[in-house]
Design a protein around this ligand. Structure first.
Ligand SMILES: *[C@@H]1O[C@H](CO)[C@@H](O)[C@H](O)[C@H]1NC(C)=O
Ligand SMILES: *[C@@H]1O[C@H](CO)[C@@H](O)[C@H](O)[C@H]1NC(C)=O
Length: 247
C-alpha cells in the first residue's frame, strides 16, 4: 500500500536523524503561532496543494526573508545558434503568474532516496528581444509579450531531517535537478509594428525551438528561486508546522 510505504520512508529518515543528529544548527526563534498552514500528510496531494498556496502567499509577502517571485525580473536570457550564425537575447524579462503554480505530483523514494515534485505553471512574460545575425546589419530589436501555457516542471532533490538546537526537526534540501517540458508552444506578439519586428517574427516562426528554449530557461530560473525560498523557509519553520508525520 502506498500510504504504508510513505510512512516507512519517514520512519527510516527519522531513525537516521536520531543517529546522526548533531544539533549544531543555529536558528532564530521566530514567532510561529499564527502560521496559517494546514499540516499535511506527505502523501495527501489535496492538502499539499492548499499548503503550497499558503507557502506562495508567505513567499510573496517576503516572510522569513524569502524573495517574492511574482512578478520576477530576469536580467537576460541568451540563445546562440551557431549554425545559423545567429544570437537572440531577451532582456529585462518580467514574468508574472508564478504564484498560481500548481502541484501535480509528489514523489518519494526516487533514485538514491531523492524526493520530487511536478509543478504546472502558466506564465506571462514581457521583455525586450533582440536578434543579431553575423554579417548582417543589426541587431533588430522589439518588445515581446509571451504566454507560456502549461509548463511542466519536474524537480528532484535529496533531503534529510535535522534536529535544531530548539529540539525541533527541520528539513534540509540538497541541490535540486530541474527538467522543464512545455505542453504547448508559447504564444507571443511583437511590438511595435515595424520591419524590425517582422524580421524577428519570421525567425521565431521558422524556428519554434527558440521560444521553447526561452520558455524553459525562464521557467527553470523561477523554479530555482522557488526552491531557494523553500530552503530558507524550511530552515526556519519546524516540519511539524506543515507536515503531519503520523495519523
Ligand atoms: C512587471 O509586470 C507587472 C505586471 O504587468 C507590473 O505590474 C510590474 O510593474 C512590472 N515590473 C517591472 C519592474 O517592470
Ligand atoms: C521526473 O524526473 C525523475 C528523475 O529524473 C524521473 O524518474 C521521472 O520519470 C520524471 N517525471 C516526469 C513526470 O517527467
Amino acid at each position: 500500500m502506498v500510504l504504508g510505504r510513505v510512512q516507512l520512508a519517514f520512519c527510516v529518515v527519522l531513525f537516521q536523524t536520531v543517529l546522526y543528529c548533531d544539533g549544531q544548527f543555529e536558528r532564530s526563534n521566530y514567532e510561529m503561532s499564527p502560521l496559517p498552514f494546514p499540516t499535511c500528510r506527505a502523501d495527501n496531494l489535496e492538502c499539499l496543494r492548499r499548503s503550497l498556496r499558503t507557502f506562495f502567499f508567505l513567499m510573496d509577502s517576503g516572510k522569513f526573508g524569502m524573495k517574492p517571485i511574482d512578478p520576477a525580473i530576469i536580467n537576460s536570457v541568451a540563445l546562440a545558434l551557431p549554425e545559423q550564425q545567429m544570437s537572440i537575447l531577451l532582456r529585462r524579462v518580467n514574468v508574472t503568474g508564478a504564484r498560481w503554480t500548481k502541484l501535480t505530483e509528489r514523489r518519494f523514494n526516487l533514485k538514491s532516496g531523492k524526493s520530487g515534485v511536478v509543478f504546472h505553471s502558466d506564465l506571462h512574460v514581457t521583455g525586450q528581444i533582440s536578434l543579431e545575425v553575423a554579417g548582417k546589419e543589426g541587431p533588430h530589436t522589439a518588445f515581446i509579450t509571451m504566454d507560456i501555457h502549461g509548463a511542466e516542471t519536474n524537480i528532484t532533490y535529496p533531503w534529510t531531517i535535522q534536529r535544531g538546537i530548539d529540539n525541533e526537526d527541520y528539513i534540509v534540501i540538497g541541490p535540486e535537478r530541474i527538467a522543464v517540458r512545455n505542453m504547448r508552444i508559447p504564444t507571443y506578439f511583437l511590438q511595435p509594428n515595424v520591419p524590425e519586428a517582422y524580421i524577428i517574427d519570421e525567425t521565431l516562426q521558422a524556428k519554434q525551438s527558440i521560444l521553447d528554449h526561452f520558455s524553459n530557461e525562464i521557467t527553470a530560473a523561477l523554479m530555482h528561486s522557488i526552491i531557494d525560498n523553500f530552503r530558507l523557509f524550511s530552515t526556519k519553520v519546524p516540519i511539524k508546522h506543515y507536515y503531519k508525520y503520523y495519523e
